[in-house]
Design a protein around this ligand. Sequence first.
Ligand code: MN3
Length: 208
Amino acid sequence: MPISLPELPYALDALAPHMSERTLQFHHGKHHKSYVDKANGLIEGTPHEGKELYEIVVAAARDKDTALFNNAAQAWNHSFFWQCMTPNGGGAPEGETMDAIENAFGGLDGFKKEFREKATGQFGSGWAWLVLRDGTLEVTSTSNAETPIVSGLQPVLTCDVWEHAYYLDYQNERPKFVDAFLDNLVNWNFVAEQLAASESTEKRRGVG
Ligand code: MN3
C-alpha cells in the first residue's frame, strides 16, 4: 500500500487568521503531497513498499538513503504537524500535561520562551519540537527534513518553520508565526494524548 496524504483534521479555513486557507491549500495540497508522491515513487518495487511510513523513515536514515529519507521524513513530519494544531488552540494545557510542562520548564511561559528561541533560532528550513527524552520533556529543533524519531526521541509537538509554512501569512517574520502557533494554534489535547501513549508504552515495557 502506498504512503498516503492524510486529510487535514479541520477545514482549510478553520485555522484562519493565524494560518490562512491559502497557506493550508499550498502547504498540505502541494508541499506535503509532493513529499508523499516522491516517497511513493522511490519505494515502488523496493522492499519498502507496503511498510509503515515510520519504518521507512527509520530505515532510510539507517541506510543513508538521502532522497528517500528527505521525502519520507517530510511526509511523516507534516502528518504529525497537522495534528499539532486545532481551531481555537493555544491557551494552556491542563492536568498532567501542565504538570509535565511545569516540571520541565518551570511553567508555560518558560516552555514558550524556549520553544520560541529554538523555532526562531533554527537557521534556514527546519522544525521546532517538544520531545520526550527518556521520559523527560525537552525542546529541540531539526534542520530541513530531519526528525527526532530517528534519534530515539518521542515527538509530542512540532512547528514547521520552513518559509512555506508562514510566508503567505507573515512574509519573513517567523517570530510572529511562532507566536501565533503557540498562542492560538497548539492542540494541547494532542500533546496530552502523546504523553499518555508514551506512559502506556513504558508500562507495557515494565519501566513506568
Ligand atoms: Mn512544511
